[in-house]
Design a protein around this ligand. Sequence first.
Ligand SMILES: Cc1cc2nc3c(=O)[nH]c(=O)nc-3n(C[C@H](O)[C@H](O)[C@H](O)COP(=O)(O)OP(=O)(O)OC[C@H]3O[C@@H](n4cnc5c(N)ncnc54)[C@H](O)[C@@H]3O)c2cc1C
Length: 418
Amino acid sequence: MTLQIGTNWAGNLAYTAERIIAPANVHEVRDALSGVRRARAVGSRHSFNDIADTSGLLISTERLTESPVVDAERRTVRAGAGTRYGDLGAHLQREGWALSNLASLPHISVAGAIATGTHGSGDRIGSLASAVAALEFVTAAGETVTLRRGDADFEGAVVSLGALGIVTHVTLDIEPTFQIAQHVFEELPLQTLIESFDAVTASGYSVSSFTTWRTPETIDQVWVKHRKDAAVPTPTALFDARPATVDHHPLPGQTAESCTPQLGVAGAWVDRLPHFVLGFTPSNGDELQTEYLVPRDRIGDALRVVRDQAGAVAPLLQVNEIRTVAGDELWLSPSHSTDVVGLHFTWLSRQPEVERVLVDLEEGLLPLGARPHWGKLFAADREALRRAYPRLDDFTALAERYDPEHVFRNAYLDRILG
Ligand SMILES: Cc1cc2nc3c(=O)[nH]c(=O)nc-3n(C[C@H](O)[C@H](O)[C@H](O)COP(=O)(O)OP(=O)(O)OC[C@H]3O[C@@H](n4cnc5c(N)ncnc54)[C@H](O)[C@@H]3O)c2cc1C
């Protein structure tokens, strides 16, 4: 197998690594790290910035995909770090189990998603990292470390930005499998979303609102993922919004064939929680992304900030997605110690213009307590990030302890950790 150093998924970043390897097990990871000055793990390459880059050795996790092992008694599954959520989900579904949540696409690797605090949507569901029960990683010194929930360093080490070591296995919480039906509603007035935010996001197990801000007073689509075993009734109406009569793609004008089925057709959690089907490329790849996670009680103000900048935002935007995430205690989690709402922007691939808009957006959003998503584009500098992420200095100290020689440091971490 010839490995290419290549680019990230979006193609906006060419990795600057000297070489790349793909170890198949923990021994090969340890051997790879022996004597190396700089190294970094790369998962499925879905981040939009240089977080996974290195000037030295890129360690691809694409072969760290050994078959997942379910522990029915403890209700956990142990998976290889490079396993894609879609593959893990299919395995769990075959055995009658489920994860409580997934991100919008199933193509991302488990360890890569967890390292950046990746999340889906749901008032009472935490980020994907919050499902981590244990983490195994190899340090630059070749030591294998296992941290379990409750261990002293655990809360600092889960959302790791790849700074502590190469994660080889992750153990995640599971629950018995369940069914979901998706219902899409069109044209919800923005004012209704602001005034009745809690009612809208509580209308399903996992709710995502999509809008292009081209008609700033209207939210284009609301996707309600209804858990069939839930006590709440099937959502047949959503305020003044119109129930959709055909399947939709979140991006206007795109065919729904890459999307998971809607119109209330029930299916397994793994085939409904992501918006996109594993067998399809999630979108054309010609996009950039940004996301700000805003404390839930400031969402009205945050939506007004974006609406007021719609004139600058809309021409560069493919779609904006609004999702909720339950709080957790993980130090670098964007939902650390508070429930948050994610304002996610899928941009056109016009990076210099997007980066100019981000400065203005952050001027409005960061004072509200917004936290940038670690794996997407943002403008915030270290000082702004320290204000947004109160445990950032503690994390820097933790990274110093596990990686005193700075083997896993890269330009991104130098900017963020100082
Ligand atoms: C189309 C698309 C849709 C997306 N949807 C969502 C979404 O719904 N919600 C959301 O929150 N985000 C979303 N993202 C962002 C994405 O989930 C994150 O960028 C995530 O980190 C990607 O995982 P990856 O495996 O590609 O990681 P990479 O981009 O390859 O790496 C990300 C980080 O993880 C580290 N890492 C990877 N593997 C390991 C390992 N084994 N050990 C240690 N460190 C490791 C890398 O060093 C790097 O720091 C989306 C991205 C795209 C392109």
